[in-house]
Design a protein around this ligand. Structure first.
Ligand code: 16G
Length: 245
């Protein structure tokens, strides 16, 4: 990395000069996408600046989305995105969406268990008093890139033991003849809060799509109430429109 001579180069705060050198290294490909940034202490040595200066420069690049910090493993150059295009009118599962694009899907659990339903869940899912609700929260990945946080509530009748769920929720529901056939989906714009931004590896306040899906069986019974947060920089929802009457 060409980090020597920062002290004498041009004017302005040192951390901004360091930031610029790092940004140049990323944009020119000297630091490749996905590469780990050298440790703070090593960078400080190479550039002959203090660790505080390094931290400020790196903070700036994290905030602007060029670098990302992964807890426990270091700081990395953010990979350029190929956005995922999702047709808006097909009732498919995340697993199917990824498979169709040749991406490997994977989930990390955020929550999984049976709970006493909230009043909203009772109402939306049409739960009888005294029945339980299965809640599953997942961080969903496509080819190791975190794409969405998804929190689903399902009547325990259709998912009696959520801890047994390992793969696709829709595949599991299908086994119980409870795969939804119709859904209403609401998409709204949002800015990421700190925790969500951390999970999705984007800067705080980054753009996100908040999606609520209510899915129905042919009988009209509600199967699923799911709230998701998709990365705005990675996902396009695409709909085909036709002329109305
Ligand atoms: C999609 C659905 C979500 C559903 C999930 C099932 C959106 C916005 N959400 O992510 O409601 O629960 O698929 O995925 O499309 P799975 O079968 O792979 O678990």
């Amino acid at each position: 990395l060409p980090l020597d001579g920062l002290q004498s180069a041009g004017s302005g705060p040192l951390y901004l000069k360091l930031r610029q050198s790092l940004e140049d290294a990323i944009l020119s490909g000297k630091l490749g996408h996905g590469d780990a940034l050298p440790a703070e202490r090593d960078l400080a040595d190479y550039a002959n600046v203090s660790r505080v200066t390094v931290r400020k420069a790196v903070d700036d690049l994290v905030r602007d989305g060029l670098l990302t910090r992964r807890h426990g493993s270091g700081t990395f150059v953010v990979k350029p995105l190929s956005r995922v295009e999702q047709p808006l009118t097909k009732l498919t599962s995340f697993t199917e969406d990824m498979a169709r694009r040749g991406l490997v899907s994977r989930s990390e659990w955020l929550e999984r268990g049976l709970f006493h339903p909230s009043p909203e869940e009772m109402m939306m899912l049409g739960l009888a008093p005294g029945t339980m609700v299965a809640r599953i929260g997942r961080l969903r990945f496509g080819n190791d890139m975190p794409l969405a946080i998804e929190r689903a509530s399902i009547s325990a009748e259709f998912l009696p033991d959520p801890t047994l769920l390992t793969g696709s929720l829709y595949a599991e529901l299908e086994k119980k003849d409870a795969r939804p056939v119709r859904a209403i989906q609401r998409i709204s714009a949002t800015n990421m809060k700190k925790t969500d931004a951390g999970l999705l590896e984007v800067p705080i306040e980054a753009a996100g799509l908040s999606i609520e899906r209510v899915s129905y069986l042919a009988s009209g019974r509600v199967v699923e109430l799911t709230r998701s947060l998709y990365r705005g920089d990675a996902y396009d929802f695409v709909a085909e429109l036709s002329l109305g009457e």
